[in-house]
Design a protein around this ligand. Sequence first.
Ligand SMILES: Cc1cc2nc3c(=O)[nH]c(=O)nc-3n(C[C@H](O)[C@H](O)[C@H](O)COP(=O)(O)OP(=O)(O)OC[C@H]3O[C@@H](n4cnc5c(N)ncnc54)[C@H](O)[C@@H]3O)c2cc1C
Length: 459
Amino acid sequence: MRSVIVIGGGISGLAAAWQLRGRADVTVLESLAKVGGKLRTGTIAGIAVDEGAESLMALRPEAVELAAAVGLGDALCDPAKAPTTVWTNGALRPLPAGHVMGVPTDPAALAGTGLLSPEGVARVAAEEKLPASPLTEDCSVADYLAARFGREAVARLIEPLLGGVYAGRADRLSLRAAMPRIAALAEAGTPLLPALRRMRAAGAPRSAAVAVQGVVGGTGRFPQAVAEACGARILTGTTARSLQRITGDRWRVQAMTDDGPLTMEADGVLLALPAFAAAELLRSHSPMAEYELSAIPHASTAVITMAFSRARAHFLPEGNGFLVPPVDGHTLKAASFLSNKWSWLDSSAPDTFVLRASVGRIGEEELLGRPDRHLVRSAIAELHHAVGPMGEPLAARVTRWDRGLPQYGVGHRDRVARIREAAAKLPGLALCGAAYEGVGVAACVATGRNAAKQILAAA
Ligand SMILES: Cc1cc2nc3c(=O)[nH]c(=O)nc-3n(C[C@H](O)[C@H](O)[C@H](O)COP(=O)(O)OP(=O)(O)OC[C@H]3O[C@@H](n4cnc5c(N)ncnc54)[C@H](O)[C@@H]3O)c2cc1C
């Protein structure tokens, strides 16, 4: 049986290990003490809460299918039904249903929400009359959508969604890579409003922000379950430091563990790592791959989780939370009212109200340089303005995700094609992870499984 070393025990690497089960002898190397990467469940005031991803995008099937396959089918749960809400122009304002990453399908439904000025709404409605020539080259989300819907719509409808999903900004993110469904319409040279309306009438599109599922007990259970079910040898506390190609597709991995250095060899190696970590390992094997991987920017973010006593809080908000556009000058980029959103959490801790706020988009490094207590104070202050005076939390914790989200800049797809071309020249090596074809958990599962298939096909 072939041996494969998977470097990186996040959901991408574990999905790869799952795909290889029974077909290869697999070892997963993970730097941290636990597998899971950005799927991590911790506790606050004794209550289980997600510190990284809190949901699995269910627009595409890969994550929920894998969760069911590893025994978590009964634990998958829907969030409470509530509109996506944006904190802008001084109030929480619901985004009309049917939007695609903030792109509206029904301008009339925008009127009266206060999201846009009357001129802004009229500009959105005018989109269907604008000539549309087929998009031939990638461009930024802002360049394309401001030309179609106006700058105000980009600032107050699109930016909050991009901040929430990518910690990114419309003027830097690629239309093709960050909004592929909109890009496909743009490439067809069709006005967006009528096309989206037709898709909606046919049952699509659903918005990524609402088509999600959670895991009872926290999404951190998901990687643990995959790790147990895949049958791989999992070495935590083990950081891969270098790779050497021995002969053909055989590789040697040198790693550092708590007990000292470790050297292993295998017939294949799969890098399930953030782009910058994969770049380091590939430096002496492919300058092209190293260069292109290093050029992918990453946004750092922080999640501020707070627990309030229901009995002592002055006020508790309704709804599932809100998104925030940068244009209003707030530090928060999103807030999620976990106790309202996830019924399993509410029933496990009925006396406590738990929420999480997040800060940090690309370019906001100065904000993240502030100490934890400042981030907590400013989150409390802004929540007070956004929803009402809750008072002081019983407990608060800040989880920092340094370089946690890759940014798909203009030309990202071409960059990924160059990376994959360079990696293809290294027999027995495959790449997967959030840096390539989607940052969501489902996309990561798909890249992991595809990378595993690639290793098996090359054997
Ligand atoms: C705050 C936050 C919230 C998010 N929310 C959602 C959400 O609600 N829904 C959603 O679908 N997506 C969400 N995402 C995105 C999604 O969680 C991630 O893109 C995805 O989990 C990444 O998985 P991965 O396996 O590719 O990478 P990672 O999770 O980063 O895993 C890589 C692993 O490699 C390990 N590693 C690194 N270097 C080495 C080395 N040299 N040797 C050994 N191991 C190494 C790391 O410790 C890590 O465990 C969120 C992301 C963040 C940061």
